[in-house]
Design a protein around this ligand. Sequence first.
Ligand code: SF4
Length: 369
Amino acid sequence: MTRKTSARGALVARRAAFQAALLAWYRACRRPLPWRESPSPYRTVVSEFMLQQTQVATVLPYFARWMEALPDFEALAAAPEALVLKLWEGLGYYSRARNLHRLARKVARAGSLPRTAAGWDELPGVGPYTAAAVASIAFGDRAACVDGNVVRILARLSRDGTRFTDGASASRVFAPLAQELVNPADPGDHNQAMMELGATVCVRRRPSCPACPVRGFCACASAGDPEAFPALEARRTERRSVVRVWCERAGAVLLHRNGPGARRLADLHELPTARQAGLDPARVAEGPLIARNIRGITRFRIAESIHSVRRPGARPGPGLVWVRLGDLGSIALSGPHRRWTAQILSAGKGQARGPGGGAPPPARGLTSG
Ligand code: SF4
């Protein structure tokens, strides 16, 4: 028997004690989060959608605002999409908001909620992790949640040094072990305890092994090398650059409203790229620079520069709209663009001085937003 399988086998053999230690710790030490303190299937679903790729501290104010405006599935199902996107504005990954909206309409039409992970897995925007989380927390279904946190804990507990090219393949490999360890007496709290352990104790760098409730079951704790697990290959980063324009006139700013084909950004407004504004990016990039931002989206590192221009090109692309500065607060702008717009306006950098020259005539083919 290899070291890997023996550590894993020993863990499974002692799973009742493992489950008890984990659950006792969770019930004594868990963070008091609003979706935990007064749980309901709706609150669980909304929190799980918001928490996908987003940290708890970021989600908290959004969750409070959302619950005040849309307290249940029926209210969400009846809400216009503009309100849903507005409440989500700044959380990013807007396809989550749209899918949550579609999910609410679907369950409102059905008149009942699925009670198993397999049933939830069929609904819009629900993958295996969210399905297991909602079904176990809200309905006690014995389904294991497996995400990066859980993979990290399991790889360390079993000191499994298998090399993985990405998180998805690691999740697939550890899913059977996660399922074997689920506490049948309270699968929901067990899953939340694993998430809590990964978020607060068994963290990526410098895990708090001396304070860990399951250190007695952990092969890495005794070997002293938890940070070496899981063995994930470093993700290659791709660099991209985007040239955007700031075009302001007569108290309005030029924005680009993404069409329905833009998937996660559909219907959201952004500062237009040079191409969307019908301008040559190289020429625009030579004009006055008013802001530069670097951000990471999945594996891309994107450098964006925003340049002042006097007017859009003679043949602007579709989706451009003039939005009065006073109306910016009432439209859905994607999070970084909301921030950049506010910074540019508050710094008074937006005066038109760039390519174009002369007084800007009304641009043909553009609409008012
Ligand atoms: Fe993670 Fe350390 Fe706990 Fe093992 S003992 S599960 S490495 S925090």
